[in-house]
Design a protein around this ligand. Structure first.
Ligand SMILES: Cc1cc2nc3c(=O)[nH]c(=O)nc-3n(C[C@H](O)[C@H](O)[C@H](O)COP(=O)(O)OP(=O)(O)OC[C@H]3O[C@@H](n4cnc5c(N)ncnc54)[C@H](O)[C@@H]3O)c2cc1C
Length: 473
């Protein structure tokens, strides 16, 4: 194959967005993906007549002027069939034997919270300011849990303000920076959207455009090594024996994987590689997909978040296997008014499934299947408190754990959101797209921020850094 300008390793959202941006600038790009299908966490998979989503349920900030609108417009994603979630309630929170409904729009949201917690008017005014804050450095260095406690005195309000973040980030009291918390909250309050379809629509649209701009995407290409010569990467080697050459390289793989591909480099310092392999990752996610009987459950255009205790922080399932809270997301039906597929999510620590690491997909041991069945049973029990009779509506179930994500996407510890960000060590936990090798860059959720919004911002930053290197002023 002829040499291209840029090779992108991995076709997650970040890899595809970088490929499209650089292809639009006139570069010849080649994306190499190890799986049979592109998309990483954004791909959906087929079971019977259903396409089940893995890492996409909803997105925030797509309204004109919203944080993701312009980037999605320029990537050709705004004319996908987006469905705005219910204006008066896009998150329904069941906690402490009460139900709280979040409306869309910052003003409407703050007013609704003041209605539930009239004694917290001052704290909610400060929270309103926080949602609009642009002081990135301060937010990166401030502990989210401590800050919320410093402005709000009612512990239940803090839980209500945090609840929808349980499946959008790792709610960990010790580490979460305010920056991560606000970016996983504010755009969704401005506006929240589901796709009238599955996450593959995003992946397919990005692929179509990359190809339209002359780029190429090859799947089944497991990159095993980046070859360095005279202080630059010159080519990649794949497990099937093929080799590809380029002037520049971008890795969308987890940074620890990227460092392992570089191997013994003259330029990439051992200390950097050590840091990338030792840095902690966030917890993963357990997902239970349900196929429902026709006409059994009216579609609901909001998420339901249900907690057994009055707490949604540090609640990921661990070795005790106890589920403490869930999020339920319904897929918009293709026909009619009834839901055909709903997903139940709960965060899960890697340690819960670590004993089964190394077992083969589709040939997992019985004990692993029993673990999944036990967690699924608890998820169903909790979901049944908000949707009475749910168990009788179910036709089929499928589930995935952090081990599934590790084996498919090669994400260490099956982490849902990549590197754990730590307010006390923000300089170390935020990773630059530039590496010590001048023509090797990185992108993806581990660098700055995760989720569709975070990965899109990071991809833009990677492209900016690469363009500066390619065309120095
Ligand atoms: C259960 C779950 C639900 C989520 N829900 C939402 C949601 O509703 N909204 C939202 O905004 N975000 C959500 N997220 C987060 C979002 O899905 C991710 O942040 C985002 O998709 C990550 O994209 P990425 O570019 O970092 O790469 P990834 O998706 O990690 O993709 C990396 C790609 O690189 C490939 N790769 C790795 N190594 C190699 C190699 N050596 N050779 C070739 N290819 C390689 C992998 O196979 C993979 O395809 C969710 C995440 C999870 C886990």
């Amino acid at each position: 194959m002829t040499k291209v300008d840029i090779i992108i390793i991995g076709s997650g959202l970040g890899g595809l967005e970088v490929a499209l941006t650089m292809a639009k600038e006139g570069r010849r790009v080649l994306v190499l993906e190890r799986q049979r299908r592109p998309g990483g966490c954004m791909q959906s998979y087929r079971r019977g007549k259903l396409n089940l989503d893995t890492g996409f349920h909803y997105v925030g900030g797509l309204e004109p002027g919203g944080q993701l609108h312009d980037a999605f417009l320029s990537h050709g994603l705004m004319n996908l069939p987006w469905q705005r979630m219910d204006m008066d309630c896009f998150e329904e929170i069941h906690i402490a034997d009460r139900i709280f409904r979040w409306p869309q729009g910052t003003k409407e949201f703050i007013n609704a919270m003041k209605g539930y917690f009239p004694h917290e008017e001052k704290g909610l005014d400060l929270y309103n300011e926080l949602l609009e804050s642009t002081d990135e450095v301060w937010m990166q260095r401030t502990n989210a849990w401590e800050y919320l406690n410093s402005i709000i005195s009612d512990p239940l309000l803090i839980q209500v303000l945090s609840a929808p973040a349980t499946c959008k980030m790792e709610l960990r009291k010790e580490t979460v920076p305010l920056f991560t918390f606000v970016h996983c909250t504010a755009p969704f309050i401005q506006s929240s959207w589901r796709l009238y379809g599955d996450g593959n629509m995003i992946v397919n649209r990005l692929q179509e455009q990359i190809r339209a701009y002359g780029g190429e995407i090859l799947t089944g290409k497991d990159v095993t090594s980046l070859q360095e010569e005279n202080g630059r990467i010159v080519k990649v080697l794949c497990a099937d024996g093929t080799e590809y050459e380029a002037d520049y390289f971008v890795s969308n793989a987890h940074p620890a994987v990227t460092c392992s591909l570089v191997g013994d480099s003259m330029l990439m310092k051992k200390i950097f590689r050590h840091r990338m392999s030792m840095q902690p990752n966030t917890a993963g996610m357990f997902t239970l997909h349900l196929q429902l009987r026709c006409g059994a459950l009216p579609y609901f255009n909001h998420n339901k978040l249900i907690f057994l205790e009055s707490n949604c922080w540090d609640m990921a399932v661990d070795r005790s296997r106890r589920v403490k809270g869930i999020m339920i997301s319904a897929r918009h039906p293709e026909k009619g008014e009834h839901a055909v597929n709903i997903d139940i999510l709960t965060p899960m620590q890697w340690e819960t499934v670590a004993d089964f690491d190394g077992s083969k997909l589709f040939h997992r041991p019985k004990a692993y299947r029993e673990l999944k069945a036990e967690v699924a049973r608890q998820c169903m029990e909790i979901a049944g408190t908000a949707i009475p009779g749910l168990a009788d509506m179910v036709l089929n179930t499928w589930s995935s754990t952090p081990l599934t994500y590790k084996d498919y996407n090669l994400i260490p510890d099956g982490s849902a959101f990549g590197f754990r960000k730590d307010y006390a060590n923000s300089m170390m936990t935020i990773v630059s797209p530039k590496t010590q090798i001048p023509n090797l860059f990185m992108t993806g959720q581990s660098l700055m921020l995760h989720g569709l919004h975070g990965v899109t911002m990071t991809a833009a930053y990677t492209c900016q850094e690469m363009s500066r290197t390619i065309n120095p002023e």
